[in-house]
Design a protein around this ligand. Structure first.
Ligand code: HEM
Length: 134
């Protein structure tokens, strides 16, 4: 990713994570819109899950910034999702819910920033999906 875009993504992500409603909004939307997704999270400690997701979003920034090992973690996380039978199509719903919640939380959000979010997050998803290829 271009340095300038990466910096804009990083600053936007920090604004979004500082927004108290973001993780609730994201999971309410992701889980609320699909019974299939709801079923996956029926035994999940959601406070813990939200904490882990916020860390992983920062790790996606690190992977886009070529930090050693960040890609390996994401591929491993992909393997974990594959093992628990999360199918690739559910990642589209995940991304829709994420972008929608980010939009509501970042006052500086615009179409250009949305394209940058999509690029950064899709890079992370690509690392996770490597585990789906074998
Ligand atoms: C880029 C997309 C995604 C990211 C970054 C992500 C991130 C994570 C992280 C960090 C964990 C915690 C792993 C641990 O226990 O340490 C997790 C668990 C989980 N994720 Fe995802 N996830 C993504 C997509 C999805 C999708 C599409 C689904 C579909 C239902 C999903 C369902 C789950 C479930 C069921 C768990 C286990 C929850 C539990 O422990 O009960 N994730 N995910």
């Amino acid at each position: 990713m271009a340095e300038d875009d990466l910096e804009r993504f990083h600053l936007s992500l920090e604004r979004v994570l500082a927004c108290k409603e973001f993780l609730d909004m994201f999971y309410d939307s992701f889980i609320g819109n699909s019974d299939r997704v709801k079923n996956f999270f029926k035994h999940t400690d959601m406070a813990r899950q939200k904490r882990k997701l916020s860390t992983t979003l920062r790790l996606i920034t690190m992977a886009a910034d070529d930090s050693p090992g960040a890609d390996i973690y994401l591929e491993y996380l992909g393997k974990y999702h594959h093992d628990i039978k999360v199918t690739e199509d559910l990642f589209d719903q995940w991304l829709v819910a994420l972008i929608d919640s980010a939009k509501k939380c970042d006052p500086k959000y615009n179409d250009e920033l949305e394209a940058i979010w999509r690029t950064a997050i899709n890079l992370g998803i690509q690392h996770m999906h490597k585990a789906y290829e074998h």
